[in-house]
Design a protein around this ligand. Structure first.
Ligand SMILES: [Zn+2]
Ligand SMILES: [Zn+2]
Length: 310
């Protein structure tokens, strides 16, 4: 029997069940842009009274990305470090070995082959690059009309949700950070993402039994709301989405579970249930795929891609 820790403040305030309350989007020193060791993150989780954590360092197979040469080269070390943490915290914390896959249309096959040979408990798929430019790079915004950039971003998301192995779609409207900064004459409106076809990505996500993340780092980073905000979460709910995952996207231990009270409150307001990705995955079978939403042939399996490259 695991020790019952102090119920986190956010959970107490929301009234949400603490049975599997966790933070499922966390970065450690296995990511280029984070510094704390895995055991420091786990220690902080125990201090906060979380019962689960999902360690999700970046997996990037794009050679120009700063995270290239991290998990794709350090998988064994990551696996062993997670295993050590599981031993160290076995009485107080359930630890998932996860990854945040940096989706890149040009490296789709490489990602599939890597995931086939390097299993994770669950995978968050996130779009950080469009047209080979980072969404934190001013050049992306300054080199095209906003309508073109929005369409390209949505088109990339529509492909990303088809990636084999996807359990969670990360920070859906990540573009809004740069959009607000660099497209000031074209104010951010989530409806514009929907008009550009975001519904299709959400429909595929729902049909595949994938989960939408409420990434609370938007609040920490001064965007004023999580990624995504209420309009897009409501649309996901309207399209049949019932579940979401909470992630702080912490890049140091002190950011764990940051703004979770706001995240849980928002989920409840739009009628979404906050779940643990692994526990949810077990409930979802491939039979849940609704083939009327997209062509079966457009979803590859790890095995098919691997054999083609074999
Ligand atoms: Zn990300
Ligand atoms: Zn992240």
């Amino acid at each position: 029997m695991k020790n019952r820790k102090v119920v986190p403040y956010a959970v107490t305030k929301s009234g949400c069940s603490a049975a599997f309350f966790g933070d499922y989007h966390l970065h450690s020193s296995f990511s280029s842009d984070a510094h704390d060791a895995l055991h420091q993150i786990c220690l902080q989780a125990v201090r906060l009274g979380l019962s689960e954590v999902g360690l999700t360092d970046h997996l990037s197979l794009f050679p120009q990305d700063p995270n290239y040469n991290f998990l794709n080269r350090l998988y064994s070390a990551y696996f062993e470090a997670v295993d050590e943490c599981r031993q160290q915290f076995k009485d107080s914390l359930t630890i998932f070995l996860g990854a945040e896959v940096d989706y890149h249309p040009h490296y789709e096959d490489e990602i599939c082959v890597f995931l086939h040979h390097h299993p994770f408990d669950y995978v968050i798929v996130s779009v950080h690059y469009v047209d080979r430019l980072s969404l934190t790079d001013a050049r992306f915004y300054l080199s095209r009309h906003p309508e073109v950039g929005i369409r390209q971003y949505v088109d990339t998301l529509k492909r990303a949700v088809l990636l084999p192995g996807l359990a969670v779609l990360g920070h859906l409207d990540w573009i809004k950070r740069g959009w607000r900064q660099y497209w000031r004459d074209f104010p951010y409106k989530p409806e514009l993402l929907l008009e550009a076809g975001l519904d299709q990505a959400l429909q595929v996500l729902v049909a595949r039994g994938g989960l939408l993340e409420i990434n609370t780092s938007g609040i920490r980073r001064g965007v004023g709301e999580p990624f995504p905000g209420e309009v897009l979460l409501s649309r996901y709910r309207e399209l049949g989405g019932r579940y979401c995952v909470l992630g702080s996207d912490a890049h140091n231990a002190s950011e764990l579970a940051h703004s979770f009270h706001e995240g849980v409150t928002l989920a409840r307001r739009v009628g979404l249930e906050v779940v643990s990705p692994l526990r949810h995955q077990k409930r979802v079978s491939e039979k849940a795929i609704n083939h009327s939403v997209f062509h079966q042939s457009s979803i590859k399996t790890f095995k098919e891609v691997d054999e083609r490259h074999g």
